[in-house]
Design a protein around this ligand. Structure first.
Ligand code: SF4
Length: 244
């Protein structure tokens, strides 16, 4: 008999409300190809997580929470980067669907579009895609990531007519101006699959992890983005999408 595949999971959060619609059960995957300067989860980048369940074990555990999900809630797969374990993620999504649970997949979009990655992206009910920067330079400089891979992912989602939310973290001194946000808007407006573009405020809650892990924090000394400025920029972003 084949040994069942096991996931490498950093942690789970049973009743979250930030990543997707309604009440969500969040599963944080280990592994990430990017190294974003503002990452608040550097402890998910590599190595072994706290849990190594089979997809079946995890699906059974999650299903106990189904009564709390209501009409809109469900499961959000996040990380780290879910698509570093796409076979496990795909198996888990299929099992959750069998149990009538909807699944959002939160991704940086940096994984090469293999058949398995495409199948996983196509299986999820909703994709939350980070658009971290609007060009190759931003991705290289601040994420050690591949802008073209992200654009390929977005193109694939458009072709599939997926249901997509885009998110962008706004960091003081890096992309917190109207000029910067306007450049993202020019990309976002081109994709009809995008149903929402949400700006997120950079915060400093992850700083302690860098210290604890003994790794350099590239944004040490950078302040959090204020709520007022975030709201201003979100209004500007919404207006740009309306105008463009
Ligand atoms: S993609 Fe996400 S988990 Fe990976 S480094 Fe960037 S912010 Fe961190």
């Amino acid at each position: 008999m084949d040994t069942p595949r096991r996931g490498n999971i950093h942690s789970v959060e049973s009743l979250a409300a930030l990543d997707g619609k309604g009440i969500r059960y969040e599963v944080f995957f280990m592994g990430c190809p990017f190294r974003c300067a503002y990452c608040h989860n550097p402890d998910t980048w590599e190595g072994e997580g706290a849990m190594h369940p089979t997809a079946e074990e995890l699906a059974v555990k999650i299903a106990r929470y189904k009564p709390y999900f209501g009409k809109e809630g469900g499961v959000t797969l996040s990380g780290g980067e879910v698509l570093t374990q796409s076979a496990f993620a795909c198996e888990l999504i299929d099992l959750l669907h069998e149990k009538g649970i909807n699944v959002a997949l939160d991704t940086c979009g940096g994984a090469p579009l293999s058949g398995e990655v495409k199948r996983t992206l196509s299986s999820a009910d909703m994709i939350i895609l980070d658009l971290k920067f609007y060009d190759e330079n931003g991705y290289k400089r601040y994420c050690r990531g591949d802008f073209n891979a992200v654009m390929n992912t977005l193109g694939f989602l458009e072709e599939r007519d997926a249901y997509v939310w885009i998110r962008t973290v706004v960091v003081p001194g890096i992309n917190d101006s109207e000029e910067e946000i306007a450049k993202y808007a020019e990309i976002v407006k081109k994709y009809s699959c995008v149903k929402r573009w949400q700006l997120l405020a950079f915060h400093t809650m992850g700083f302690a992890k860098y210290e604890k892990m003994g790794i350099p924090n590239p944004l040490e000394g950078t302040p959090a983005l204020s709520k007022d400025r975030l709201e201003q920029l979100q209004r500007f972003a919404d207006e740009r999408l309306g105008e463009l």
